[in-house]
Design a binder for this molecule. Structure first.
Ligand SMILES: Nc1nc2c(ncn2[C@@H]2O[C@H](COP(=O)(O)OP(=O)(O)OP(=O)(O)O)[C@@H](O)[C@H]2O)c(=O)[nH]1
Ligand SMILES: [Mg+2]
Ligand SMILES: [Zn+2]
Length: 302
């Protein structure tokens, strides 16, 4: 004999799908249990995490050509600042925010550089963190993704090919633009052209003199400066001499910008790899990592 019991109808579960959860980056509707946004492929964890906070996070992008050093810089920055007890500090929000730091430091501790960031947005690492700084009365919430340089080049050359990049940059409060100093020191002009393209793209997105990119903080970081010492001596002078096109654009278009130099490796060696010669870090000697970020944090609106 079967006793009277209350059995939930399975069809009721479908009701949960009737309410759409908005993506934090593009605002598009998604199922409540979606892992990635089906419109822009940003992680839905950002939306779930952000709804638990009272304040809106600042979006900050780290841009640069493929191989400019974005993953190494961002991984080292989050690792250094998450270990600080005073001054500028970072506290990760959500387990997914620790993946970039974890994978970068695991590679460096094996005396390897991290692998190239894949082009598929669903494989990018995102960092959502709380930033504490002595220069600010209140802490900041911040979201920083680690984009792939190739995807960025593609979006700039063919707008709307990577909606997640476009949507994110539309909402950004400031950017760190990484420029490969080692290549500039070798006389390559590609980095100058590419950085000018990024600036043009940003100013086309929002060229408003008060609210747009001309008035948002733009921080240029010369990476791999361990291989180009003059860059550490005077980054502004290095920019004037080695990236004249970019320097001119900054003077004409931006109100708040600064140049910095940074380096993660103390010395590097070369070894044969799958794609030809591969660089390996012989020792890790981070220099100028926190300074650009500290400047940017100071410049962000309250
Ligand atoms: N000497 C030196 N080399 C570096 C440093 N940072 C990065 N590199 C070299 O630059 C390469 C690319 O660094 P990544 O951080 O992967 O570059 P990325 O900008 O993330 O590149 P994508 O993922 O392709 O967009 C590394 O494999 C290293 O060979 C540094 O601080 N010093
Ligand atoms: Mg990368
Ligand atoms: Zn989205």
């Amino acid at each position: 004999m079967i006793r009277d019991t209350v059995l939930p109808l399975d069809s009721l579960r479908l009701a949960q799908y009737a309410v759409q959860a908005p993506c934090y980056i593009c605002g598009g509707g998604n199922n409540y249990d979606a892992e990635m946004c089906r419109h822009c492929q940003a992680p839905m964890a950002l939306a779930h995490q952000a709804t638990t906070q009272k304040v809106h996070p600042h979006m900050v992008a780290v841009l640069g050509s493929a191989g400019a050093g974005k993953t190494v810089y961002l991984g080292m920055l989050t690792d250094m600042l998450s270990r600080q007890h005073e001054g500028l500090q970072i506290l990760a929000r959500g387990a997914f925010s620790i993946s970039l730091q974890q994978s970068t430091m695991a590679s460096l501790s094996r005396c390897e550089f991290p692998a190239k960031t894949p082009n598929e947005p669903d494989r990018w690492n995102w960092v959502h963190c709380q930033v504490l700084a002595q220069t600010r009365r209140k802490s900041l919430e911040m979201i920083m993704p680690d984009f792939s340089g190739e995807a960025l080049i593609h979006e700039i050359d063919t707008p709307y090919s990577y909606p997640v990049i476009r949507e994110f940059l539309n909402k950004c409060a400031g950017v760190l633009i990484l420029v490969d100093a080692a290549r500039l020191g070798d006389g390559e002009q590609e980095q100058d052209f590419f950085t000018m393209k990024i600036l043009s793209y940003l100013c086309e997105l929002d060229g408003d003199k008060r609210k747009g990119w001309p008035n948002k903080p733009v921080c240029f970081v010369f990476t791999k400066a361990d291989q180009c010492e003059p860059c550490f001596d005077d980054a502004m002078l290095f920019a004037k001499e080695h990236t004249p096109g970019l320097w001119q654009q900054c003077q004409e278009r931006l109100r708040r910008f600064h140049f910095f130099a940074s380096g993660v490796a103390g010395a590097v060696a070369y070894q044969p790899g799958l794609g030809g010669r591969m660089q390996v870090p012989l020792r890790i000697e981070p220099r100028g990592i926190a300074e650009p970020f500290a400047w940017l944090v100071e410049q962000l609106p309250a």
